[in-house]
Design a protein around this ligand. Structure first.
Ligand SMILES: Cc1cc2nc3c(=O)[nH]c(=O)nc-3n(C[C@H](O)[C@H](O)[C@H](O)COP(=O)(O)OP(=O)(O)OC[C@H]3O[C@@H](n4cnc5c(N)ncnc54)[C@H](O)[C@@H]3O)c2cc1C
Length: 367
C-alpha cells in the first residue's frame, strides 16, 4: 500500500504523522513530496516586517522528523498529477505511484486577478516577500500615505487586521506619522466573527483615526492610487493588499482535474469530487470558511483518518469546522474568536505571548 502526500505545511505534516500513528502494517509505504525541506510556521511571518522575530526560530528541517517516524521524504517539486493512472510526475520526470494521494500543496496569491496590482503591493505570504516588506518599511518616511486592504475573495482576512495594527505600533515606536486607510470586501470589519469583534475593531479604528471602507472591491491599481468600486481613489506610497488565492501550478497543469483557478472541489469527507482515492486538504481545497493553519491541520488529520477507514471499508467522516482564531492587534492586545463569536479581548502582550507559545509548542511537537 502506497500513500503519497504532496506538501509538508500544516496539512501535509499532520496527515503524514497521523497515518503513521494509525496504520502500522509493514506493507505500508508513506511518502511526502515537498519542494521545501523545511517546515515554516507561516503565522509567524506577520512579525518579520516589524523586526519582531527571527526566521530561524519558526522553521525547522523536516527530513529528520520524517526519518524518525519512518516516512520517506522526497524534496522535489511536483510538475503534474495523473489521477487516472495513479501517479505524479516531478519536474525531473521522476514518476511516483500511489494507491492513495493527499494533496496538501497550499495556494498562492493570485495577483493577476486584480488589474494593475502586480508588483505594487507588499506581501507577507512567504519568507522572501516578508523580508522585502521589512526592507521597504525600514525606509518609510513621515507623511507617506499607507493603504492596507483585503481584496475580493481573499479567504483569510484576519492577516490584514494583524498587519494594520502591527504597522501602527511599529510607526508609533519610531515616532513616524503616516496617514493610513483600510478597506475590505467584507460587509463590516472582520465580518462573520460576531458583532463584538466588529465593534472592537470599529472603536480601535476611530481611536487611531484610520478611515476605512467596507463592502468594496478593487477595480484597479496604478502607480499612485487604488481605485475602489464605490468611486473612492486611495493615494498610496506603501500598499499591502491581501489578494484572492489560486491553486498551485501542478494542479492547474493536470488535465484530468476539474478545478476553480487551481482550487480543488472536495466532498465534506475531503475526497476529491472526481477521484475517491485523492484527498485535498488546507488552502488547496474549496471547503468554505477561513483558510487557516488550524483548518489545514484538522483537515490533514481527518484525511489520514478517512484513508484508514476507506482501507477498512468503514464509513467516512465529514469535516467539522472549528473556527478558533487568535488575532493579535499590535500593542492593543488581541481577540480570541471561537465558532464565530468573540470569546474575550485583552490588552497588552498576552495575545502575542500566546501566539509565540503556540508556535513553540508546534515546533517542539514536530521537530
Ligand atoms: C502572514 C500570515 C499569517 C497567518 N496567520 C495565521 C494564524 O494566525 N492562524 C492560522 O491558523 N493561520 C494563519 N495563517 C494561514 C496559514 O498559514 C495557512 O492557512 C496554512 O499555512 C495553510 O496550510 P497548507 O498546509 O494548506 O498549505 P501551505 O502551508 O502553503 O503548505 C503547502 C506545502 O506544499 C508544498 N508545495 C507546494 N507546491 C508544491 C509542488 N508543486 N511540489 C511539491 N511541494 C509543493 C510547499 O512547499 C508546502 O510545504 C497565516 C498565513 C500568513 C501568510
Amino acid at each position: 500500500m502506497r500513500i503519497v502526500i504532496i506538501g509538508s505545511g500544516f496539512g501535509g505534516l499532520n496527515a503524514a504523522v497521523e497515518i503513521r500513528k494509525k496504520l502500522k502494517h509493514s506493507q505500508l509505504v508513506i511518502t511526502v513530496i515537498s519542494d521545501r525541506e523545511e517546515f515554516i510556521f507561516r503565522p509567524s511571518l506577520i512579525w518579520i516586517p516589524f523586526h519582531k522575530h527571527s526566521i530561524k526560530k519558526f522553521t525547522f528541517p523536516l527530513r529528520p522528523t520524517f526519518e524518525k517516524i519512518g516516512v520517506n521524504f522526497i524534496e522535489k517539486s511536483v510538475k503534474s498529477l495523473m489521477p487516472k493512472q495513479n501517479y505524479v510526475i516531478c519536474f525531473d520526470n521522476e514518476i511516483i505511484e500511489y494507491d492513495y494521494l493527499i494533496l496538501a500543496s497550499g495556494a498562492s496569491p493570485d495577483w493577476a486577478r486584480i488589474k494593475g496590482i502586480e508588483g505594487k503591493s507588499a506581501s507577507i505570504y512567504d519568507i522572501s516577500s516578508a523580508l522585502k516588506t521589512r526592507k521597504r518599511l525600514e525606509q518609510i518616511n513621515e507623511g507617506e500615505p499607507i493603504v492596507i486592504g483585503v481584496a475580493q475573495e481573499n479567504p483569510n482576512q484576519g492577516i490584514a487586521y494583524e498587519f494594520l495594527f502591527e504597522l501602527d505600533t511599529y510607526l508609533n515606536e519610531r515616532c513616524i506619522k503616516c496617514p493610513m486607510t483600510f478597506f475590505t470586501y467584507e460587509k463590516e470589519l472582520f465580518d462573520g466573527n460576531g458583532k463584538e469583534s466588529t465593534e472592537k475593531l470599529e472603536v480601535l479604528m476611530a481611536e487611531k483615526q484610520i478611515p476605512y471602507y467596507c463592502n468594496v472591491s478593487i477595480e484597479q491599481v496604478d502607480d499612485e492610487k487604488v481605485y475602489l468600486n464605490n468611486g473612492e481613489q486611495l493615494p498610496y506610497s506603501f500598499l499591502l493588499v491581501l489578494p484572492p488565492y489560486k491553486g498551485k501550478e501542478c494542479i492547474r497543469s493536470s488535465k484530468d482535474f476539474e478545478h476553480e483557478n487551481g482550487i480543488l472541489p472536495v466532498h465534506e469527507t475531503l475526497q476529491s469530487v472526481q477521484w475517491e482515492n485523492i484527498y485535498v486538504v488546507g488552502d488547496a481545497n474549496n471547503i468554505k470558511g477561513r483558510k487557516t493553519g488550524r483548518a489545514a491541520e484538522l483537515q490533514g488529520i481527518l484525511a489520514a483518518e478517512n484513508i484508514v477507514k476507506q482501507i477498512h471499508h468503514e464509513p467516512l467522516q465529514s469535516f467539522q469546522h472549528d473556527t478558533l482564531y487568535l488575532m493579535e492587534l499590535g500593542k492593543e492586545g488581541g481577540m480570541f474568536i471561537k465558532q464565530g463569536t468573540l470569546k474575550w479581548t485583552t490588552s497588552g502582550m498576552i495575545p502575542h505571548m500566546m501566539k509565540r507559545a503556540f508556535e513553540k509548542y508546534y515546533l517542539l511537537k514536530f521537530s
